[in-house]
Design a protein around this ligand. Structure first.
Ligand SMILES: [Zn+2]
Length: 109
C-alpha cells in the first residue's frame, strides 16, 4: 500500500485517504501558444517505469494538494513537498540520484 506523508499536516496517510492528481510540474500553455505546445499541455503525460513526480490531495485529511516523488516500480517514496513548489527540492533530487543514478525527468534531466 502506498503511504505518503502530507507536508502540511504531517500525517502518514495511506492511499485510501488520498486522491491522485496525475503528473506534476507540467509546463502550462494557453491562448497564444502553438497548437503543438497546447496539445502537449492537454494530453501528453509521462508514464515512467521508475521515478515519477505526482500531485496528490489529502482528501480525507486536511484537504490540501501536494507533490510526491516516488518510484512506480518499488513504491519507494523519495519525499513529499508543498504544491506551491515549482520543482522538486534539492534534497529530494539528491535522494533520487543516490538510489537511481542517471534518472531523468522532462526538464530536470
Ligand atoms: Zn494533510
Amino acid at each position: 500500500m502506498l503511504i505518503l506523508q502530507c507536508p502540511y499536516c504531517g500525517v502518514q496517510a495511506d492511499e485510501t485517504e488520498l486522491s491522485a492528481g496525475g503528473e506534476t510540474h507540467i509546463e502550462r500553455h494557453g491562448p497564444g501558444s502553438s497548437d503543438e505546445a497546447f496539445e502537449e499541455y492537454l494530453f501528453a503525460r509521462e508514464n515512467p517505469f521508475g521515478v515519477h513526480f505526482e500531485r496528490w490531495r489529502h482528501s480525507y485529511g486536511c484537504g490540501k494538494w501536494f507533490h510526491a516523488a516516488r518510484n512506480t516500480v518499488t513504491l519507494e517514496v523519495y519525499g513529499t513537498y508543498p504544491a506551491q513548489t515549482t520543482e522538486p527540492p534539492a534534497d529530494i533530487r539528491k535522494r533520487i540520484s543516490g538510489v537511481a543514478p542517471g534518472w531523468t525527468w522532462r526538464f530536470l534531466g
